[in-house]
Design a protein around this ligand. Sequence first.
Ligand code: FAD
Ligand code: FES
Ligand code: FES
Length: 1281
Amino acid sequence: MTEKVTFTINGEQHEVGADVSADTSLSTYLHAQHLRGTRVTCGTGGCGACMVLVTRLEPDAGEKMSYSALGCLIPVLGCGGWEITTIEGLGNRFEGYHVIQDRLVEHYGTQCGYCSPGMVMSMYGMTQEKSSWTDADVEGILDANLCRCTGYRPIVDAFKAVTVQDIEDAHTLSCPRTGQPCKGRCSLKSADTKTSSCSKQSEKPESRLLQLRDATWHQPASLQELYDILSGLPQGAKYRFVCSDTAKGIYHNEGPYSTYISTTSIPELSRVAASPSGLVFGANVSISRLMSEFSTASQSLSGFGFAEKIVKMWKRVGGTALRNMGSWAGNFAIKIAHRDFPSDVFLSLMAAGAVVKSGSPYGGDKEHTLDHLLDLDFESERRVMLELRVPPLSDEVSYRVFKIAPRNANVHAYMNAAFSMRVDSANAHTVIGRPLILFGGINEDFLHAWGAEAALEDNSLEDESIVQAALKALRDEIHPDDLPENPSAKYRVDVAQSLLYKTILGIVGDIADASVASGASDLERPLATGQQNYDENADRWPLSKPVTKVEGHIQCSGEADYVADLPPMCEELSGCFVTSTQANARIVSIDTSAALILISDSPAQLFAEERSSYFGQPLGLIVAKTAELSKQGAAAVVVTYDDIQAPVLTIKEAQQQPLPSPQGDPFVEGDVEAGFAASTHVLEGGVGHDWQYHFYMENQATLAIPTDDGLDVFSSSQWAIETQRSIGQVLGVPDNTVNVSVKRIGGGFGGKITRGNIIAAATCLAARKMRKPVRTVLDMATCMTMLGGRDPFWSTYKVGVDAEGRLQAVQATMTSDAGYVNVDPNNTASPPAVPSCYVCPNWEITPVTVLTNTPNNTWTRTPGTTEGVTLMETIIEHVAVALNLDPLLVRQRNLMPDGSFRRVSEGVFRLRCGRGGRDAIAIPKQVKVEKNIIGDMLTQLMSSADVENRKQMVDTFNKNHLWKKRGISVMTMLWPHVVPLLYPMNSLVSINQRDGSVAVSHGGSELGQGLNTKVVQVVSYELGCPMEVVAVKPTTSHTNANSQVTSGALGSYTTAYSVSEACKKLRARLDGVKHALGVEDIPWKDLIEAAASEGVDISERYCNGPGEVLSYPVFGVCCSEVELDVLTGQFLVLRTDILQDAGTSMSPLVDVAQVEGGFVMGQGLFTSEKAIYDSATGKRITDGTWHYQVPTAHDVPADFRVSLLSNTPHPTGVLDSKATSEPPVPLSYTVLMALRNAVASARADGGTAGWFDIEAPFNVEKLQQLCLVEPSRMVLHPGGR
Ligand SMILES: Cc1cc2nc3c(=O)[nH]c(=O)nc-3n(C[C@H](O)[C@H](O)[C@H](O)COP(=O)(O)OP(=O)(O)OC[C@H]3O[C@@H](n4cnc5c(N)ncnc54)[C@H](O)[C@@H]3O)c2cc1C
Ligand code: FES
Ligand code: FES
């Protein structure tokens, strides 16, 4: 019996004991050991940022196995005897990089870099498990690694380019198994068994007993020891088995427990065996291992053909790493404790007739059906699950499972279903006896569809009346709960019927008409492909050269520093916010007696005092010695409320309130009433979208260090200078005592322009008060509930057109929800964005902003413009439908002529750019569109994307298929890139005399958008020095004082200008030196030495003045094609083609990456991302990866083609280029429009024609409901027999 837990990390021995707690995760431990490359974003198993490789003894077989695992879920106390490899074990700048890291960099697969170590470790995990792999395997393992920046395409390409030979030859710092220098070959010698041929047989697992501060940790090494522990527990003891501990990723706050019993060392519980009565799996066997055994059995054992269907479904259970860790028994235990948990694993095994053997210290082993298992009282009997037995099924049995979920991977089921029925196919497909029909995700009691089962019992599935009777029985017996986080009851009843119908169609096969056959199958996503086209412009390299990201390698190796990863300071304290738990209430008292030190009194108002406007509003900051303690302290604060009013949470609710509805500046031209009078058709409609979280992978953070000069502040800010100003203002100190530094941030997307300043200010307040360094790192849930995201929008419109569809008048009201206060307005830029590339004599677009009891929303990638452009695209499509015209024709007929002017609104810039939000800032009143190139771009796209042919193919597909529909959509866009007249970016370029190296510090923030890469190219181009000698330093409030914000695609663009101008001044001086020397071709280093010895100043700064950087239009066209499962609402994006105007790109790989990433972020907005609230408290329930769904690698376009418009320099732009980071977002509306077209086809089949409003996201629930599928249409012979 040992009292310590020992393990290795990258070959080094580690030991923990009572110094950690039972819930200290491996990733927390790694950070404490300064192994900070393992990032943490969600902390709940949903994002993959924390991926590590685990090699451990499999106690039953006595062999070692390796697999990728999630560091944020693994309890460090459970790591006994393990060998752990972290990103630091693969490669670094001193000893060389691993080939996987190289490939990711070469393919431009890293932008902000925060997800990159996790991506690398996922791929590394697979190469350690398998001796060979396919492209499908590569795509498969990227199911749970989220990336908000890239759109995934380059990551998938990068990893597909990694070959077995690459891995054999790979440089690996240390063997994950032996800790010795290793070339990574060992696992490749053993075929896909997850065992290693070089793994030494480990000693027998040891028992462990650790007395922790507030609990006991047992790790028995035999079943008998486990029973002894269980029987020794006092009556009523609160204990928990720990297998992989992943359940806490879903149910975070269970416990506290007095006893933890880790079961992983008990050999019997990891047993895998085959017997005549079935396959047997010990309780600890992981879901991945089950899948692998099922795959083999389905090929080799009679009666296990059905198992392949389980494997297919389970590929959508969590992500690969979660399945590598999570056991079936843990999954079952969750289901037993939380009946409403929609377990895919439980449901599919129940339909397969699996049974579970359990044991108890007080009696013999028992076998249970899964029905029975749910009713067992495990705790009172001290019972433990021992084994699962999955029997073979007779060939007569038809088995089918379904998982209906809001996205294609790493997501829990909205609902799931499993069917198992014996069918006599030779006898009119008659069901023999009682079928098994199970549903999950309905309510906590519902499992068996008894009524539907009875309706089908001994009846023919070919009999339409029987099918209808079964559907009706189902309809009558299913009564879904009405929890806000679940889809509507109607949707679930409808889909339950769909799934039964799908199953029947699948069984009867050809007996049903060909037109309904498409209802039987699931959607099959093709393997991903992509194309990227751009001019290389070699004549001006290094500018315009397709180079990889300058920080790429340090990002992919985890060496890149972010605020949370900066080394700990001496005496550092940790800050944790106390936040309100009730929206719209008066705060009566804040009791801190059980907490630690609360910082809540600030010279300027930082925290809510009188009223809590929204759930999550900051009330104060707790500081303590560790993050764990500050979190506990914050949880111990007791806040009481009265005068609780029902929170107002949506635009619709706000419109019914007497709350102020501030109106913005309307966009008015001409006379809309006259325009309507002149129109032959006047149409009205509505369009909008829900809230969107920025989903930066690096959560907001600040480190504040008191110095003799004031405060040194490291903040994850998109605007160092505004952060400095905010801190100065809140603390009431001069700005020159606040030294803010921003090196890079792990994604911002607008969420770190102003929203992080409260964290910075509160942390500085605490640091000043405590006179010690304080670091505050928010967790994801706090970011999502305390801080705002993209404003929800709802616009109503009225459009008048002539008989040819030419616009006569457009009138609209665009309502946005600013949250509880309107300080970062999104709605000022929307009205003038509406015209996009179209001409109309009469416009009247009015912005309205409502306030709700939600956090203060803020700018989010392409704010306002997205809504403006997509409103106009909706109007164009509506006109086309109403007039029965091709939408492309309507577009072409309305294109703005060359030489037109596009009006621009001032409002957004007033607030975004003003110093502290106080001063107005001049912007050009209009942007001239010298040439509207959209028509030409459209022609090009139509040809390159073969649009006309594909439209016909879609039409034919839709004619032939009732239950699968395809949609294709093309859109055009003019995005006005408005540069305020005053938008200073302050750059400093310093050349070092000794070696000619160049250090650049500029006013922009590197958020992942490739700003620093462009800057290095610009410097190298302008100075004529090699790119390798240029380094970009952090942005600081001292070197880059008074610089503007990095947002709105303005940051990279104006920074590149300012750096280029500084370099031009330097170049002129250096050219003078060359001239004086009389040599033109002098090595860079010698030139610098000569210049410096002549006393030439080899440093320069530049700050652009008013009107130096001009505004211009950016053009884009896009085509997307989708396939929709009408019966469930699930869909695939089959192909997207984008043609984007980037002028002459400064850096084509950077720009292509921006286009892809922007598009996918927009796809999330329009198809899956939304906020759900608890109506009583106002809590945003969608506060983590469990409920909030950004696109995964399995959701993005399967065929993704991006071209930068060729040979279109922009002579009045910065170095001939145009901005790319924001304009592609609205183009993703093609996905929604293509889905709308698919839905329209489905509705037409049911007899409903015409336009319908668009309330995004068009998620699976919305799509299915819009298809208006009546159960009476769920027949085998739509035209009758
Ligand atoms: C991000 C994420 C995504 C997920 N997605 C899905 C999904 O899509 N579909 C799905 O079905 N599931 C999903 N899950 C659930 C997942 O399958 C389970 O968390 C996992 O299988 C639990 O196994 P574990 O070994 O980690 O159990 P643990 O977390 O270690 O234990 C869980 C519970 O099981 C009990 N327990 C463990 N072993 C035994 C035993 N032998 N006898 C009795 N009780 C025992 C423990 O006391 C504890 O209460 C997801 C989980 C996460 C975190
Ligand atoms: S941080 Fe571990 S999965 Fe997100
Ligand atoms: S690079 Fe993937 S999240 Fe930023």
